[in-house]
Design a protein around this ligand. Structure first.
Ligand code: HEM
Length: 263
């Protein structure tokens, strides 16, 4: 019986979750483009949002890329680079641990804000609250895995998780056997991680797929209004006074922002 459960949860469930993640996201983007956002609540309790959000995002992004590289890089590459399994395990514990704690502090602020501020609670949907609590539980479980990992610092247990994750991506039907005997904390953590993939398209997490990375290297813009233009149009016709600054603004890329017409 235990084998059937392991085969289902670590052999079949991953494909169900990945398929729903991919197809669900495409369908949502296609059919409900205007719901594709993170649903900002920035107008309410901004200071707690900024601190919580920055800590949470920095921590989770480090954990995310740590998982991506740590689980999906072929083991042979670490061996060729001379990175021992023990060293990789210790790095996962240290870097993942610090990032996980940062994310947990941020998530605590975000959960507190969302649940205990009546106005934010009232403007939150079921999925807004559910996904935050799921991520919170996942962070706690992830940090708990560190306690288990301290018991096998040689990194051999971690190699099993890498073999499992890579096995899933190459359609190795026996991949589940790598994790069948793992500590239940790891198994619960992996199950919940997969469940987050499953519900992803139905939550605000979709905003991850359209992170505005372009903002990092786009030039600044300067809004310029022409005084002369205002002088000529105000009070001279049916459009008098309606020539708003915005309508007559030029955007000059590459300059720092300034919008004062008196400059
Ligand atoms: C399907 C998705 C996921 C899988 C398969 C997965 C798997 C794992 C594994 C195997 C470890 C132990 C690494 C070791 O040997 O030390 C781990 C640790 C951890 N996970 Fe995940 N995880 C997933 C998603 C997540 C998510 C979504 C979060 C955060 C919200 C998270 C947070 C953590 C943290 C904080 C640790 C401890 C530090 C570290 O080793 O990076 N995990 N995860």
């Amino acid at each position: 019986m235990a084998n059937y459960l392991n085969a289902f949860f670590f052999g079949i469930y991953p494909y169900i979750c990945l398929a729903v993640l991919a197809l669900g996201s495409i369908v949502r983007y296609d059919r409900e483009p205007y719901s594709w956002r993170s649903g900002s609540s920035q107008l309410l309790r901004r200071r707690q949002l900024v601190l919580g959000s920055v800590l949470f995002h920095v921590g989770v992004l480090i954990v995310f890329f740590g998982h991506l590289v740590g689980l999906l890089t072929p083991i042979a590459i670490f061996d060729i680079l001379g990175i021992s399994h023990g060293f990789k395990q210790v790095m996962a514990i240290l870097v993942g641990g610090v990032a996980g704690v940062l994310a947990l502090i941020g998530a605590t602020l975000l959960v507190h804000r969302r649940l205990y501020d009546p106005r934010i609670r009232a403007t939150s949907s079921f999925s807004d609250i559910a996904i935050l609590l799921l991520l919170y539980a996942q962070l706690l479980l992830g940090l708990l895995t560190i306690v288990a990992s301290l018991g096998h610092l040689d990194g051999e247990e971690m190699v099993k998780f890498m073999s499992w994750a890579q096995g899933i991506f190459i359609f190795d039907l026996g991949a589940w056997t790598y994790v069948a005997d793992a500590n239940p904390i790891f198994k619960l953590h992996i199950f919940l991680g997969l469940t987050i993939f499953l519900v992803f398209p139905f939550t605000r997490l979709v905003h991850m797929l359209s992170a505005p990375l372009r903002y990092l290297w786009r030039p600044g813009y300067q809004v310029v209004r022409s005084r002369q233009f205002f002088g000529r149009t105000i009070g001279t016709g049916p459009q008098a006074g309606s020539a708003s600054g915005a309508a007559n603004a030029d955007l000059i890329p590459g300059k720092t922002a300034s919008s004062s017409p008196a400059e």
